[in-house]
Write a protein that binds this ligand. Structure first.
Ligand SMILES: Cc1cc2nc3c(=O)[nH]c(=O)nc-3n(C[C@H](O)[C@H](O)[C@H](O)COP(=O)(O)OP(=O)(O)OC[C@H]3O[C@@H](n4cnc5c(N)ncnc54)[C@H](O)[C@@H]3O)c2cc1C
Length: 392
């Protein structure tokens, strides 16, 4: 594993820095603090920023150029993400399209599907959401009941999806649906559905943070063309595993960069309120060390990606680590900051703009989405450590 950046990578970093210096908008934290920052306006700001990045050729960094990517590698991607964090740039809007469906189409889609769906995905013209979970089918995803029955050149979809992130803003959804009632894994197919199709209804769900970033999606005799099937009928489970490996294996190397910055802000906020004693320093020091562990693990994953290895069951290790670390981080922040930590980011009295209370609330979801910690530990035990299974 070579931790040094090559001359080409250093040149790329300079290029990105130069571009950001000329093109970066207002720091995202400032935008979030603005009194006019509504959920809709933030979505639009993320759309505008994604288009700007795409126009500069900085999206789909490690995708082949023929499908709209840059043909670079994971190291360039990590450099770009690091610089975006340092510049406090907005997040892009189509995270689920580019992060999850894009790789699925590249691995399993037809040439026609890649040409049809990837360009508008990159340009934020078509926003995607993920329709896997159902009421009663989350951890045990293969028990899902939504059905897709072939009728001529169309599938007829029925059923319900839930916890659909970006559902209220998305244009399209990638859905796991049952095309065979008997075969548990082999009876699932992966289908792309336009959300304004007659028979599809999206209902926003309000979260503990007060936002409605996700929703539930209902299918009632919704007719979707057969050409929107990705892979073969019954291949959906295999494709879903590709999607989940990318979802869980988000590179913790760049997350560690973000936490490093947040940790600096937390230390400053503690100093401002006079909390500098040894107990406080010990708590901050522990978080710093844990973040370094995450960074080291992230570098290992990055090296695997750079060697051309697709993410596998090991991505569950990263998912468990970062989600549980984030919860410890946010709990510690509220503990150290006391009442000041409860102020929302738009409050004039807020000492800094990290929005600690919201982040604490949001972090509760992290050990659940993309598969709960218990489920990740089962995967690590069975598929990474290959521990013997209880024969009962
Ligand atoms: C913020 C957020 C965003 C989400 N976004 C999406 C999305 O965009 N698209 C989508 O499809 N889904 C999404 N989800 C759903 C998510 O994938 C599921 O919530 C998750 O898989 C858990 O399923 P469940 O909620 O049905 O809980 P359950 O599966 O009912 O689990 C309940 C509890 O039982 C435990 N448990 C279950 N099975 C086992 C087992 N075998 N061994 C040990 N413990 C077990 C779990 O760990 C958990 O503590 C999102 C969830 C959240 C919270």
């Amino acid at each position: 594993m070579d931790l040094q950046l090559s001359p080409q990578h250093l040149a790329f970093r300079e290029e990105v820095r130069g571009w950001l210096a000329a093109n970066a908008d207002r720091p995202w934290r400032e935008v979030l603090r603005g009194s006019t920052a509504t959920e809709d306006s933030l979505i639009e700001a993320r759309r505008v920023w994604q288009r700007k990045l795409h126009g500069a050729g900085y999206l789909g960094m490690d995708w082949p150029a023929e499908w709209g990517g840059r043909g670079g590698g994971p190291v360039e991607q990590a450099i770009l993400e690091t610089e975006l964090i340092e510049a406090d740039a907005p997040p892009i809007l189509n995270t689920l399209g580019i992060g999850l469906l894009g790789p699925a189409l590249i691995h399993h889609g037809s040439e026609e599907q890649r040409r049809r769906f990837i360009p508008p995905m990159l340009a934020a013209e078509e926003i995607w959401c993920q329709g896997f979970s159902e009421p009663g089918s989350g951890s045990d995803l293969a028990s899902l009941k939504a059905s897709a029955v072939l009728d001529g050149d169309d599938f007829i979809l029925n059923g319900q999806k839930v916890w659909t992130t970006f559902g209220p803003w998305a244009d399209w959804i990638f859905v796991l649906a049952r095309t065979d009632g008997k075969d548990r894994y082999g009876g699932i197919s992966f289908i792309l559905c336009k959300l304004d199709t007659p028979g599809i209804t999206v209902r926003p769900l309000r979260q503990i943070t007060g936002e409605s970033e996700f929703g539930e999606v209902f299918f009632e005799d919704a007719r979707v063309p057969r050409t929107n099937l990705v892979g073969e009928i019954g291949e959906g489970w295999r494709i879903a595993m590709t999607v989940l490996a990318y979802e869980r294996g988000a590179i913790s190397f760049t997350q560690a960069v973000q936490y490093g910055r947040d940790l600096g802000r937390l230390a400053t906020a503690c100093k401002e309120i006079g909390r500098t004693g040894s107990a406080v320093r010990e708590k901050l020091g522990r978080l710093l060390v844990e973040n370094e562990v995450m960074r080291a693990n992230g570098i290992r994953t990055l090296a695997n990606f750079a060697d051309g290895k697709a993410p596998g069951a090991e991505s569950s290790i990263e998912k468990v680590y970062w989600s549980e670390f984030d919860q410890r981080f946010r709990e510690t922040a509220l503990d150290l900051l006391g009442p000041g930590g409860q102020l929302v980011r738009t409050s004039p009295e807020a000492r800094d703009d990290c929005d600690w209370a919201r982040q604490f609330l949001w972090s509760r979801a992290e050990t659940i989405f993309s598969g709960s910690s218990e489920v990740q530990r089962n995967i690590i035990a069975k598929r990474v450590l290959k521990l013997p299974q209880d024969p009962r």
